[in-house]
Design a protein around this ligand. Structure first.
Ligand SMILES: [Zn+2]
Length: 249
């Protein structure tokens, strides 16, 4: 294990306590000196949230290898490595709308209780006097999330004659799909979208009073080549996403 140089301790100690509170450690209480000391090494690792540059990332990559020696416990699931070895922040939040006085923002109401990766959430605050706040939640999984794609998105839209002009049917047909496959496609979309949403593999789209839209890539194999269709979804409360369009324009 490489010795951590003094110069590498880049985080200000004051930030540490704030960090622990934000992460929800110690029951949300202000950690005492002893607890702060225990956490100090962990906090160096998580401090990249405050200062991100390649040097620090490199340092933290090395730190990950020492992870097993340091009990990271509650902090563990907040940062993960993706397939390419890059650090991913996996902190999730639930948006909470709070209406105070006469202020009523329909966009904020639509976001109420919606789940987002902390790094990929709508702008906060949304407006002056926005009283919305974030609550940290555990990383969503396949048991507490759901993706719904109405069958009609395929039978009544993609494969419907009246929408032939938009060329989308042709794209599905080149993959060998027909209207007969609508049920398969619905299930495949729901399965893939749920999995990708839980992994935070989505892009934020348009936000308006109807809600926050996200894009998710749905992948199909064709002649040993992977083809991705960008599908559009609406984020609903408590881990639900519903399909707007199977194939975006
Ligand atoms: Zn608000």
């Amino acid at each position: 294990m490489r010795k951590i140089e003094r110069s590498e301790i880049f985080i200000r100690r004051k930030k540490n306590a704030q960090f622990v509170r934000e992460l929800g450690g110690f029951g949300g209480q202000h950690p005492n000196k002893f607890e702060q000391k225990i956490c100090h090494k962990k906090l160096q690792f998580y401090s990249i949230r405050y200062k991100i540059n390649s040097e620090i990332l490199r340092f933290n990559m090395e730190f990950i290898e020492t992870k097993k020696e340091i009990n990271m416990s509650i902090f563990d699931e907040l940062i993960k490595l993706d397939e390419t070895g890059n650090i991913r922040f996996t902190r999730w939040i639930e948006w909470r709308h709070r209406s105070i006085g006469l202020i009523h923002c329909s966009t904020c109401v639509a976001l109420d209780k919606c789940w987002f990766l902390d790094m990929k959430k709508p702008k906060h605050p949304q407006h002056n006097n926005c009283h919305c706040y974030m609550v940290q939640i555990p990383t969503p999984n396949c048991d507490n999330t759901k993706a719904e794609c109405p069958l009609d998105k395929f039978t009544g839209y993609i494969f419907a004659d009246k929408y032939l002009w938009n060329g989308k049917r042709k794209l599905y047909e080149t993959l060998g799909f027909t209207i007969e496959d609508a049920t398969y496609l619905k299930k495949e979309y729901e399965h893939q979208a749920q999995a990708e949403y839980c992994k935070g593999n989505y892009q934020l789209g348009k936000l308006d009073p109807r809600g926050q839209r996200i894009n998710i890539d749905i992948k199909f194999m064709r002649n040993n080549r992977q083809i991705a269709f960008t599908s559009g979804w609406m984020v609903r409360a408590k881990g639900l996403i519903t399909n707007n369009t199977p194939l975006g324009d």
